[in-house]
Design a protein around this ligand. Structure first.
Ligand SMILES: [Fe+2]
Length: 182
């Protein structure tokens, strides 16, 4: 079961998400949908409805987690699974860390949402390099967080290489998409 875009927007509204997190989620959805549509043209079999809904809802509980310090990937996933959105819950659970083995020849919805989230800083498309340097500035003061970010960064570069090898595109071509907005 996958909610429509309108249902997702209603849910985002109902959960009182901060405006900047809504703007971030809308941009993540745009990037994720663009990549998925292009990947499907190259023979991938991504479920576009799932990609869009999971992108829109990936930070559904982040606003409250800023207070409670809970892991919003986990609480968001549980909440969505509780609503019957099992697959969306799976994708949301992995939007920070991927826990599946990477298949070198196919791209999953989990990888797309995870990657799109890393390419959108606030509501702007950036390179992985820029996104991680911002994250390191914000969270990298503690050694453990720095190591964590290093591992995360390594993982996501592998996904980027796979996606753009299939697309025969340059990761830097994404900002053009941003300029085309409206
Ligand atoms: Fe998040």
């Amino acid at each position: 079961m996958i909610p429509t875009r309108e249902e997702c927007l209603r849910l985002m509204d109902a959960y009182g998400m901060l405006e900047n997190i809504v703007a971030h989620s809308l941009e993540v959805a745009r990037v994720a949908l663009f990549l998925s549509t292009e990947l499907n043209k190259k023979g991938q079999k991504l479920d576009l409805g799932l990609v869009e809904a999971a992108s829109l809802l990936h930070d559904l509980t982040k606003t409250e987690c800023l207070q409670t310090k809970e892991d919003h990937a986990q609480t968001g996933s549980q909440l969505l699974k509780g609503m019957g959105y099992e697959r969306i819950g799976d994708v949301v659970a992995q939007h920070i860390w991927l826990c599946k083995e990477v298949d070198p020849s196919s791209v999953s919805e989990e990888e797309i949402v995870n990657y799109a989230d890393k390419r959108v800083m606030h509501d702007r498309i950036v390179s992985l390099e820029e996104r991680f340097s911002d994250l390191k500035k914000r969270y990298g003061r503690i050694e453990r967080s720095r190591d964590y970010l290093e591992r995360l960064q390594k993982e996501i570069y592998g996904i980027e290489n796979k996606i753009f090898y299939i697309l025969q595109m340059n990761p830097g071509d994404l900002p053009d998409l941003h300029l085309d907005r409206n």
